[in-house]
Write a protein that binds this ligand. Structure first.
Ligand SMILES: Cc1ncc(COP(=O)(O)O)c(C=O)c1O
Length: 402
C-alpha cells in the first residue's frame, strides 16, 4: 500500500464509492414493493377504516411490541411526533423541568419546549451519551419531572443507573431511541426500560418508511393517553377505552406500516451486518492506537457508527480530512464553523431564547468533546472487504497524525 497520504497527492486506499448510510432504505426489495402494492390494490390507505381494511398499522404495532418487549406500541407519523405524544401522555406541561442530554437531535428539546416545559441540559460522558453523574447532580438540586435519555448513534445509555436514579427521585423516563432501534442494554431492548420509548423511522434510521415513528410502553394508562393525543377522533372511535382528552393528528398510514412490516423482518440482519463490519474496522483502529468512544454495553451496540475521540481539535480535523481523502466518508460531530448544526442545538440560543436551561460548563464540555470526535457512519451494504479497506485507510492516516 502506498504510504503517501491521498490528501498530499498519494493514491487513496479506496478507489470505489461506499454505499450511502441509509441502513433500512438500502435493504428495500420486492418484499416492501409487494407490501405497498397489496395496500394500494385493496385501497386500504387509512388505519381505522376503508373499502377493504388490511390492518397493516395494527399488525406492525403488534410485531413491534413483540420485538421491543413492551405491552403496547402506537405507530405515529414521525419520531418528533413520538416524543411530543409521549411527553403529553405523561402529563408534562407548563413549568415542568425535563432533563435532556447536550448531544441529541433538536427534536428532543424542542418537543419539551412545545409542551410548555423547560429542558434542563445534562452533560455527556466519554460514551457521548447522557452522563448519569450529571443527571444525579440536577435531580438533587432542582425539581425535575422527567429524564429523556437519548441512545445516540446506535448505542445504549447506562439504563441501569438511569432507572435507579429515576426510581429514587420518582421521575418519569422517556427513552429517545430514534437513532438506535434494535439496540440493547444488558440483553434488553432499548425502548423497554423507561415509562415510554420514542422511535423514528425517517430515512436515515436503522429501519425506515421514509417518515414515521412509534411510541412504546407497558403502561396501559400512558398508552391510552398517547392514543387519545395522537388522533383528534380517538375518543369518538373508542369511548369505552380512550380518555376524552383533546388531541391532534399524528396517525400512521397503512402504506408506511406495510413498508415497516417488511423492514422489521430485516432488522436483525441489518444490525448483524453493521456489527460485523464494525468489528473489522475496530480491530484496525485499536491496533493503530486510536481511542474509540466508550460503549456502555458493546453487545447492545447496533454498529450503526464508529466514533473516534482525539486529544485535540487539530488532530481530529487532520484525521477526518485525510481519511475522507482516502475514500472513507467521515465527519467531526461538531464544527464550530457550522453553529446551526441540529445536533448541537445548545448553540441555538438566539433561536430558542431562554426556553432551555444550559450552564456554561456543560455547554463547553459538550462542544469540546464533540469537536474532537470523528464518526464513520456504517450501513449493511459495507462488505467485509470494504471494512478491511476502511481499516487500512485508518491505519495509514493514523501513522501520519501525531
Ligand atoms: C435522537 C433523535 N430524536 C428524534 C428525532 C426525530 O425524528 P423524526 O425526524 O422522525 O421526526 C431524530 C431524527 O433524526 C433523532 O435523531
Amino acid at each position: 500500500m502506498e504510504d503517501k497520504l491521498a490528501v498530499n497527492g498519494g493514491k487513496p486506499v479506496l478507489n470505489k464509492k461506499l454505499p450511502p448510510s441509509f441502513p433500512g432504505a438500502l435493504m428495500i426489495d420486492e418484499n416492501e414493493i409487494n407490501q405497498v402494492l397489496e395496500v394500494l390494490k385493496n385501497k386500504s390507505l387509512f388505519r381505522y377504516y376503508g373499502p377493504n381494511l388490511l390492518n397493516k398499522v395494527k399488525k406492525f404495532e403488534e410485531k413491534f411490541s413483540e420485538f421491543i418487549g413492551t405491552s403496547y406500541t402506537l405507530a405515529v407519523s414521525s419520531g418528533t411526533a413520538s416524543l411530543f405524544i409521549s411527553l403529553k401522555a405523561m402529563g408534562l406541561g407548563e413549568g415542568d423541568k425535563v432533563l435532556v442530554p447536550g448531544y441529541t437531535w433538536i427534536s428532543t428539546p424542542l418537543t419539551v419546549v412545545e409542551c410548555g416545559a423547560k429542558p434542563v441540559i445534562c452533560d455527556i460522558d466519554d460514551s457521548l451519551e447522557i452522563d448519569p453523574a450529571s443527571i444525579e447532580e440536577k435531580l438533587s438540586n432542582d425539581d425535575i419531572k422527567a429524564i429523556i435519555p437519548v441512545h445516540m448513534r446506535g448505542a445504549p445509555c447506562r439504563m441501569d443507573k438511569i432507572m435507579k436514579l429515576a426510581h429514587e427521585y420518582q421521575v418519569k423516563v422517556l427513552e429517545d431511541v430514534a437513532q438506535s432501534c434494535g439496540g440493547e442494554f444488558e440483553g434488553k431492548k432499548l425502548g423497554s426500560f423507561g415509562h415510554m420509548g420514542a422511535f423514528s423511522f425517517q430515512l436515515n434510521k436503522i429501519i425506515t418508511s421514509g417518515e414515521g415513528g412509534a411510541v412504546t410502553t407497558s403502561n396501559g394508562e400512558l398508552y391510552r393517553n398517547a392514543v387519545a393525543f395522537h388522533d383528534v377522533a380517538a375518543f369518538y372511535r373508542d369511548p369505552k377505552n380512550i380518555p376524552p382528552r383533546p388531541g391532534l393528528n399524528f396517525r400512521m398510514d397503512e402504506v408506511r406500516a406495510a413498508i415497516l412490516l417488511s423492514q422489521l423482518e430485516k432488522i436483525n440482519n441489518i444490525i448483524g451486518k453493521m456489527r460485523k463490519a464494525k468489528e473489522v474496522i475496530k480491530r484496525f483502529a485499536e491496533d493503530s492506537g486510536l481511542t474509540l468512544r466508550k460503549l456502555n454495553d458493546p453487545n447492545g451496540d447496533t454498529g450503526a457508527a464508529i466514533i473516534f475521540i482525539f486529544e485535540n481539535v487539530n488532530k481530529a480535523k487532520k484525521f477526518s480530512h485525510a481519511l475522507s481523502a482516502e475514500g472513507v466518508p467521515c465527519y467531526r460531530l461538531y464544527d464550530v464553523e457550522k453553529p446551526y448544526d441540529a445536533h448541537i442545538w445548545i448553540n441555538w440560543k438566539p433561536v430558542i431564547g431562554d426556553k432551555i436551561i444550559v450552564d456554561d460548563k456543560v455547554g463547553k464540555h459538550v462542544t469540546d468533546i464533540l469537536s474532537r470526535s470523528v464518526e464513520i457512519t456504517l450501513n449493511p451494504l459495507i462488505e467485509l472487504e470494504d471494512a478491511e479497506l476502511i481499516g487500512k485507510a485508518i491505519q495509514k492516516v493514523s501513522s501520519h497524525i501525531s
